[in-house]
Design a protein around this ligand. Structure first.
Ligand code: DGY
Length: 323
């Protein structure tokens, strides 16, 4: 019998997924709480044919050149901005991600963050725990309306559309969006979604949700000039990647109440969070938990493992990025 192919499981994985991988491969398991350093990752990937990673492992051309045995990189995430896809393709390294299985769960969190932000739930919780709830008052923690308002979505992929459905059918919102490419008329009709230029979307949205992929093109695509176009009563929600927003400009806009509030699940330097944001009462901050429900995380891990098994056994992987 041939020796099993060697793989690295670079982050903690559900036990049943680990067992599945062990049935196919000789598994080197990094069972630490924290990600491997870049140097340790390079060391552990030596001689490995495949890697099961998450968004915390950066795959660079230098790393690929140092690990020539690598044939497949399977990330347990839908986002893949941590992987240099062109460099992988050039070296014939197959890359997969985990789309679809997290769409609805991530949209749920996006909507929860929108609600918590508009209705000042973070402020209310802190105030109550700190003993600051003294009495009822007509304008006590009065926030922004959600139902019937205009929901702006920047990035109308699977998750953007799932948020649009929640807004339109759950909350009677008017949906407007901007995307690199416009949706087919039928999809726009089903979602009741109006296509706008980015500038018009910024001007019109009462609640703007960022759901676009992170790339050199989308880096800081929400900065001072864009924030200046938004309504002073508007809220901004980011569930995509921290680097899409210029956090310093956002903190200034929130501090000076040039926009009302922001809900952020992702941060440019995460897990470090810009202290300017931490100091703001009108920012609701969550630690990158968009897809964090147990069933969804198990589905993502299973799909990443299935991708790796297929990729290294010559079968077509379910969700390839560079087939
Ligand atoms: C994703 O799947 O891209 C989530 O952001 C988790 O990393």
């Amino acid at each position: 019998m041939d020796a099993l192919k060697k793989i690295l499981v670079a982050r903690l994985a559900p036990p049943e997924v680990l067992e599945k991988l062990k049935a196919h491969f000789d598994v080197d398991y990094h069972d630490g709480e924290l990600p491997l350093t870049a140097e340790a990752l390079r060391g552990r990937l030596q001689g490995k044919a495949g890697a099961y990673i998450t968004g915390t492992e950066r795959i660079t051309p230098e790393l690929l050149d140092a690990c020539p045995a690598l044939r497949a990189i399977c990330t347990m995430s839908v986002g893949y901005n941590h992987i240099d896809l062109a460099a992988c393709t050039a070296r014939r390294v197959l890359v997969t991600n985990t789309p679809d299985v997290l769409t609805e769960t991530t949209a749920d969190l996006g909507f929860a963050l929108l609600m918590a932000t508009a209705r000042r739930m973070g402020e209310g919780e802190r105030l109550l725990r700190d003993g600051g709830w003294k009495s009822w008052r007509w304008d006590f923690l009065a926030g922004a309306e959600v139902h019937g308002t205009t929901l702006g979505i920047l990035g109308m992929g699977r998750i953007g559309q799932a948020i649009a459905r929640r807004g339109r059918f759950g909350f009677g919102m008017q949906v407007a969006y901007h995307n690199r490419s416009r949706l087919p008329a039928e999809a726009e009709g089903e979602l009741g979604a109006r296509y706008l230029s980015k500038e018009a979307l910024l001007r019109e949205a009462d609640h703007l949700v960022l759901v676009l992929p992170y790339s050199a093109e989308s880096h800081h695509c929400i900065a001072a000039a864009e924030l200046a176009l938004m309504k002073p009563t508007a809220t901004l929600v980011n569930i995509a990647r921290g680097g899409i927003v210029d956090e310093h400009a956002l903190a200034a806009a929130l501090r000076e109440r040039r926009i009302a509030a922001a809900g952020l699940d992702v941060f440019e330097g995460e897990p470090q969070v810009n202290p300017e944001l931490l100091a703001l009462p009108n920012a609701v901050l969550t630690p990158h938990i968009g897809s964090a429900t147990m069933p969804t995380r198990i589905a993502m891990a299973t799909l990443a493992a299935d991708n790796l098994i297929a990729a290294l056994t010559g079968a077509p992987p379910p969700t390839p990025l560079n087939p």
